[in-house]
Each structure stands twice: as structure tokens, then as C-alpha cells.
Design a protein around this ligand. Sequence first.
Ligand code: FMN
Length: 215
Amino acid sequence: MMRTTAAVREFTGDPVPDEVLFRILDRARFAPSGGNQQGWHVTVLRDRERRRHLADLCSATWTRYVAEQVAGHRAYGVIDPAPPDVEVPDEPTPNPFLDHIEDVPVVLVVTVDLATLAVLDRDLDRWSIVGGASIYPFVHNLLLAARDEGLGGVMTTFLAASEPEVAPVLGLPDGHAIAAMVGIGRPVHQATTLRRNPVASFTTIDTVDGDPFTG
Ligand SMILES: Cc1cc2nc3c(=O)[nH]c(=O)nc-3n(C[C@H](O)[C@H](O)[C@H](O)COP(=O)(O)O)c2cc1C
């Protein structure tokens, strides 16, 4: 299943019945989290206007993302980030998911209660990575469970960039953060094989610069 759970951004008009969505959530909840704190919350976004509002906020971020990439940067990177004055077009950059957000069968926003997180790298002098590890296994489980139902989906994070504007729209309490917006439905194109680097390119023995582990 992991070889074929692709990011799906275009969906047929087939609805996803509530009982199927419930099953997906009911399986995803077995995700691990630090201290088993399960700090996730899922908002099922049904209201079309609210969806459009959030998609428009994402669209501005997506437009900047593409502009940073076109200018030769790792978009929204933290190491050597693009300068704030990178040239961003006035017109929004098309995006298959955001442009049709009203028609996506299921749109979920996953948020997390920050008070549940144990962030073991919080005191290091670099960007933290550990906090997200208590929420993204849950988000990925949603995609795996959707795949198991013959559906597809995509995890997106562009909504997080607009958290202050999104908070009143969603009623997001203080101390909670946006982790992802997820679309789920029947894929227009079924994924075949995903392009990923081979094991030996990222696995080494004893030290990070050790010999490649080739099995
Ligand atoms: C943390 C994370 C953030 C992502 N954010 C976005 C996003 O904002 N928009 C989007 O279209 N896809 C997003 N994706 C999907 C990735 O682009 C996708 O997983 C990757 O390109 C591999 O695609 P594939 O599985 O179809 O090969 C995100 C994926 C992850 C894991």
C-alpha cells in the first residue's frame, strides 16, 4: 500500500459517504503520538464559503511558494531562505486542489493542541522537528486509510502559513496549531509507481557518513 499511496489532488465527483469517512478516521486514530497524548483535532469542512475562504488564503501562499522556487530557492526553506522581496506575481498561480476546493468530496483540517506536545529538540539552536512527529503520523494514517477504501488524498500544509487569519474562521482556540488540510476522494488518475530514492541512498551503517546499507 505504501508504494501506491500517492498525493491525489484531483477527484471525481463521486461522493464519499459519511460512514466511509468515519471508518477512515476510526483507523487513523491508532496513530502513534508522543506519550500517547493524541493531541489531534479534525474539522470536517462542509461549508462551501468557508472552504473558498481558506483556499484563497492557501492560494496566496502557493503563489509565493512557486515564485520562490522559480527564483531558485527551496520554497519556504529555513536554511538560506528566499529574501522577502522575491518577485511574486499579482495573479494567483493555478493549483488543481485549491481551484476546485468546493468540489473536493472531503476536506479536513487537522489541528493540534500544543499543550500535548513534548518537543525534545525545543532547546536546540535550530528549527524544531520533533513536535510535528506527534501529529503527522495521524495525518498520514488518514491517507493510508483512504487508500484502503479505494480512495486517494493529499496532505497539504499551506494553510498553516495563514494561521492568524484562519483561526477565527475555524474557531481555532489559542494554543492550537494548524498541522494540515487534507483532501480525500476518488482519484481521477490512479497512481502507479511512486518515484522515491533507493534505500542505500539514505541508509548508512554506524555513522551518518558510513557505508551505505544495501541489505
Ligand atoms: C508535510 C507535507 C506537506 C505537504 N504540503 C503540500 C501542500 O501544501 N500542497 C500540496 O499540493 N502537496 C503537499 N504535500 C504533498 C507532497 O507534495 C507529496 O507527498 C510529494 O510530492 C510526493 O507525491 P507522490 O506521493 O504523489 O509521489 C505535502 C506532503 C507532506 C508530507
